[in-house]
Structures are given as C-alpha cells and as structure tokens.
Design a binder for this molecule. Structure first.
Ligand code: XMP
Ligand code: MG
Length: 177
C-alpha cells in the first residue's frame, strides 16, 4: 500500500456517521429518502450511513467523469446514471466522498434540480474548504480536512486504498498529479 499518515480513525468515522444519520433521522422523520451516491468514492460512506437511517431509503448511483489535466477538476463534466432515476417530488440527498473545488457537486446539483425533486440536500464525508472555487455549502458534512490528498474509506489513489478502514493523507513522495 502507498505510504500514508492516518488522519481520521475507523472509530472517529463510525461515530460521525452515526451523528449524521441522527441529524437525517431528525430532519426527515418518516419521509422516504432517495439517496444519489456519486461513484465510486461515496459507496462505503453511503452503505454505512443508510443502515443507520430509520426511514425507507432508495439508492441510485451516478458516475461523473471530469475532463481536464492533472488533479484539478476542469469545467467539463459528463454524467451516467445507474438507473433512470425518477426524482420528481422526491426528497433527495446527494452523497459524495469529498468536496474540493465544488465544481463536480455544483454541476450535479444543477442537473438533479432539473428532475424536479421536492427537496435536495448535499451530504459529504470530507470537506477541503480551502480549495473551493464555487460557492457551495454541504447540508451534512463529516469532517473538514486540510488540503492534502487523502485515501481510504472509499477514496482512492489510482484506484487503490478504497478498502482502508480509516482516512489517511497520502505521502507526497507517492503522489504524481
Ligand atoms: P471537485 O474539485 O469538483 O472534486 O469538488 C471533487 C472530486 O475530486 C476527487 N478528489 C479526491 N479524491 N482524494 C481522493 O481520493 C482526495 O484527496 C481528493 N480530492 C478531490 C473526488 O473524486 C471528488 O469526487
Ligand atoms: Mg478518485
């Protein structure tokens, strides 16, 4: 595995996931939720979270491809939904691993709003607020982290590291943007 430094432990993640689920349970009550999970990074977060929710939940997946050079998102994004997600009049939570510049989530939100949901909120596990280029505040947020490249608990570097139980900063000596 790549050299890394643990930033958030398995126990800290579990506790925070429980708290976020508690906030959602309080806010949505018995309303059915439609979760839209951004592939692939948010899959582990979503699977842990939804098992702590008390209301009926549907899940959907969306694959986002951004075109650009290096590690920075460009403005060009394409979407592919796993199912023809009918979100008309639904209460939707868009769930993502990490909010960085905000370009990806901003694009997704605009697209999902065209499906005319009753409500739509954003839930992110991690937030790197120093990198923001778009004004976007997540409604539910796990942890604020410094501007380091992180892996684990769904997040990858070159497709590896997703199965780590914790979140870790990748050692810069390993990183080739
Ligand atoms: P933007 O910049 O559009 O992009 O908010 C968010 C997407 O960028 C990826 N990303 C990361 N992936 N470790 C990762 O594994 C990181 O530290 C990291 N920072 C950004 C991620 O795919 C997210 O969806
Ligand atoms: Mg990735």
């Amino acid at each position: 595995m790549y050299k890394h430094k643990v930033l958030i432990t398995e126990q800290e993640i579990a506790r925070r996931v429980e708290e976020i689920a508690g906030e959602m349970n309080k806010q949505y009550g018995e309303k059915t939720l439609d979760m839209v999970c951004v592939l692939k990074g948010a899959t582990i977060f979503m699977s842990d979270l939804i098992r702590k929710l008390q209301m009926p939940v549907r899940i959907h997946f969306v694959q986002v491809s951004t075109y650009g050079t290096g590690s920075e998102s460009s403005g060009t994004v394409s979407l592919h939904f796993s199912t023809a997600a009918d979100l008309l009049d639904r209460d939707v939570v868009l769930i993502e691993d990490i909010l960085d510049t905000g370009i990806t989530l901003d694009y997704l939100l605009k697209h999902l709003k065209e499906k005319k949901p009753r409500s739509i909120q954003v839930c992110v596990l991690l937030d790197k607020p120093t990198k923001r280029k778009v004004n976007l505040q997540p409604h539910f947020r796990g942890f604020e982290i410094p501007d380091e490249f992180v892996i684990g608990y769904g997040l990858d570097y070159q497709e590896l590291g997703r199965n780590l139980r914790f979140i870790a900063a990748l050692d810069p000596s390993e990183y080739k943007p």
